[in-house]
Ligand binder design. Structure first.
Ligand code: CMP
Length: 144
């Protein structure tokens, strides 16, 4: 995955992402330094079910398809994130996630993920909300 060297543009990108809404420019600048920006082609597998997961991804541009063991595939797009579950509980990836179009992503490693959560309660809330939504959605699609 080629890294894009546009460090200053990363902070501007964060402004548009709901996950980082409400942060000051200074906080966004600091957070952007914790993340790498990468571009991947359509078809690239970003997480594989059963593998150890070491990073979380935030979608800047493009779409990905999440395929779980049960239930319908879920499409994710700009502003969505994935890969947080393995960082939280240390278990293997719960789903396979592949780029369905060319994508631009921010990648956050394990250590940086926890550093951010330690510092940002609004981010903790947003991740909790997403987990709860994913659980409800999984329940719905497994009983459908
Ligand atoms: P993780 O288990 O680390 O790796 C696969 C990721 O797919 C998972 O984290 C979530 O981010 C995402 N994922 C798993 N199940 C769902 C779902 N039902 N809806 C949306 N995303 C999901």
């Amino acid at each position: 995955m080629p890294a894009r060297p546009s460090a200053s543009s990363k902070a501007a990108l964060l402004e548009k992402l709901p996950l980082f809404a409400g942060l000051s420019p200074g906080e966004r600048g600091r957070i952007s330094r914790l993340m790498d920006e990468v571009e991947v082609p359509a078809g690239k597998v970003l997480a594989t079910i059963g593998d150890i997961g070491r990073e979380m991804f935030i979608i800047i541009d493009g779409h990905a398809l999440v395929t779980t063991r049960r239930g319908h595939p879920v499409r994710l797009g700009p502003g969505d994130f994935f890969g947080e579950m393995s960082l939280i509980d240390g278990d293997p990836r719960s789903a396979t996630v592949a780029a369905s179009t060319p994508m631009v992503l921010l990648v956050l490693g394990y250590r940086e993920f926890w550093q951010l959560l330690d510092e940002s309660l609004p981010m903790v809330r947003k991740i909790m909300r997403a987990l709860s939504r994913r659980l409800r959605q999984a329940e719905r699609s497994s009983t459908a």
